[in-house]
Design a protein around this ligand. Structure first.
Ligand SMILES: Cc1cc2nc3c(=O)[nH]c(=O)nc-3n(C[C@H](O)[C@H](O)[C@H](O)COP(=O)(O)OP(=O)(O)OC[C@H]3O[C@@H](n4cnc5c(N)ncnc54)[C@H](O)[C@@H]3O)c2cc1C
Length: 502
């Protein structure tokens, strides 16, 4: 059996950062194990093609369990299975959440994870030219920039948003985390730039970093309360690796929870139900799953909407649905394509204004379907389980409609097709919201930081009750950040690497 100082599971957003940072010390031997392949389909590089990656060879191809909150629909639930993980199939938006979200983590017991604590790691990770260096990084591994050539419709949306009363933010990732702004993305010279491109590929020549791809990790190995390594397979061939110092799980909000449970770390009754021995009864493993619910209002266009070279939402807005809220709770997404369920018939030419709840109350779970490591887990994001989320989504629809009905958009607007201008009262709008809401693909929270009975890791991301085992990925977030999560996952991994090497 091969032995390393650190074994990192999963070459996704977090795993690429952790493996790259730990292997900076040439004396430290690091193994990174990934179920996917180094490269995905050619279309992975092409920004507007990202929706086609759902269901591709670079996706695990998971689905949710039927969602009672969204008309019992079984939603696709893509997760990247390739170097870069979900950052290689995502929509490339690079956005920090409002500082209030991180400060709430710290106030809730996640000491060291407030916005000011994370700011040096946000800055360390990014390369944002021409931005205010008090708030932004200028020489990190991840290039981030607003679109070079905005879509023609995006300029009209900008006027429409101003007409509807939304102020412009000069930089949503800087001091002004509210308002309308050009969306910053990880696109370089018209091509996707994943976390593998930023962190892992430049480190691949290091002799102290070993990367094994197409390797499915089955479980972590624990002896006498200490994690000593992992068991995995390549093409069905069983293998194991030893970690002298630590195993770091970076398998994502679905994979890390699944692997802990397969290893006997999780809710005891659920593990026994599947014949698994219990090493640590941690009821929080797989609980607290959160995602941003996403829906849209769709208009027919008076003419064909030209194709984009970007990722379809050059402009976004972070807004408050009620006065008195401490920070924005809704994202408006100004799309240059139509986004609605395939079961609804949209116009021939059109566009959608998306809206997504940034601080949902609904919670779901990840559970095992069985003890087989190759079996897909049961994913229940609990979309719109909490009635308050439906109410805020209805407000979001009204806010999107206000922008959609502006004079500025008159030249593009045919008519409101979905739900249709006749749909006005709260009950009808709520029914529409339930019929069209789907995932924004932002699962977090299933191995959350906390010292309470539902906490899974401590404030240094060490799994409670097991030595030598950490979780570093989106799953440790106590609550969902008010933004697309990738930038935050990278900052979390940067800080984790600093904690590990301190
Ligand atoms: C379609 C889509 C669009 C998105 N759009 C955006 C966006 O525009 N902006 C944004 O900020 N966020 C977006 N996200 C979310 C964002 O990409 C993720 O939050 C982030 O990448 C999660 O990072 P992670 O390290 O937690 O997990 P991942 O990046 O998912 O990495 C987990 C890795 O672990 C591997 N793994 C899992 N289980 C095992 C196992 N048993 N054995 C071996 N390897 C394993 C996986 O193959 C994967 O490579 C999107 C996600 C998707 C799927």
């Amino acid at each position: 059996m091969h032995s390393y100082d650190y074994v990192v599971v999963g070459a996704g957003s977090a795993g690429c950062v952790v493996a790259a940072r730990l292997s900076q010390d040439p004396e430290t031997r690091v193994l990174l194990v990934e179920a996917g392949t180094p490269d995905g389909p050619a279309s992975m590089a092409v920004p507007p093609a990202w929706p086609s990656l759902i269901g591709s060879s670079a996706d695990w191809g998971f689905v949710t369990v039927p969602q009672p909150g969204t008309a019992q629909v079984v939603h696709p639930y893509p997760r990247g299975k390739v170097f870069g993980g979900s950052s290689s199939i995502n929509a490339m938006a690079f956005l920090r959440g409002h500082r209030a979200g991180y400060d709430a983590w710290a106030a809730g017991g996640a000491t060291g994870w407030g916005y000011d604590d994370l700011l040096p790691y946000f800055k360390r990770s990014e390369r944002a030219a021409g931005r205010d260096p008090r708030h932004r990084g200028t020489d990190g591994p991840m290039p981030v920039a607003p679109p070079r050539n905005g879509h023609p419709l995006a300029y009209v949306y900008l006027e429409a948003a101003a007409e509807a009363g939304h102020p412009t933010s000069p930089d949503l990732n800087g001091e002004h985390q509210e308002g309308v702004a050009w969306l910053e993305t990880n696109i370089v010279d018209g091509r996707r730039f994943s976390v593998a491109d930023g962190y892992l590929r430049p480190a691949l020549t290091r002799p102290n970093l070993t990367v094994i791809s197409s390797a499915l990790v089955h479980r972590v190995v624990v002896r006498g309360g200490r994690c000593t390594g992992i068991e995995y397979s390549v093409n069905g061939d069983p293998r194991s690796a030893r970690a002298e110092r630590e195993v770091i799980l970076s398998a994502g909000s679905i994979g890390s929870a699944q692997l802990l449970m397969l290893s006997g770390i999780g809710p005891a009754a659920h593990l026994r139900e599947h014949g698994l021995g219990v090493l640590a009864d941690l009821p929080g493993v797989g609980a607290n799953l959160q995602d941003h619910p996403l829906a849209g209002i769709t208009y027919s266009a008076t003419r064909p909407v030209p194709p984009t070279a970007n990722q379809h939402s050059d402009l976004i807005a972070m807004v408050r649905t009620r006065p008195g809220l401490a920070s924005p709770d809704l994202q408006l997404i100004f799309l240059d394509i139509m986004y609605h369920p395939p079961t609804l018939i949209g116009p021939e030419h059109g566009y959608t204004i998306g809206f997504s709840l940034m601080r949902p109350h609904s919670r779901g779970s990840v559970r095992l379907a069985g003890a087989d490591p190759a079996a897909a887990p049961l994913i229940d994001p609990g979309f719109l389980r909490d009635e308050r989320d439906v109410e805020t989504m209805v407000t979001g629809l009204r806010m999107a409609r206000e922008v959609g009905e502006t004079e500025a958009l008159a030249g593009w607007r045919g008519k409101e097709e979905l739900p249709g201008a006749a749909v006005q009262d709260d009950a009808e709008l709520a029914a529409y919201v339930r019929s069209v809401t789907g995932p924004y693909f932002h699962p977090v929270g299933t191995c959350r930081i906390g010292d309470d009975p539902l906490g899974v890791v401590d404030t240094e991301l060490r799994v409670h009750g097991i030595d030598g085992l950490r979780v570093v990925d989106a799953s440790v977030m106590p609550s969902i950040v008010a933004a697309n999560p990738n930038a935050t996952v990278i900052a979390i991994a940067e800080r984790a690497a600093a904690l590990i090497t301190a």
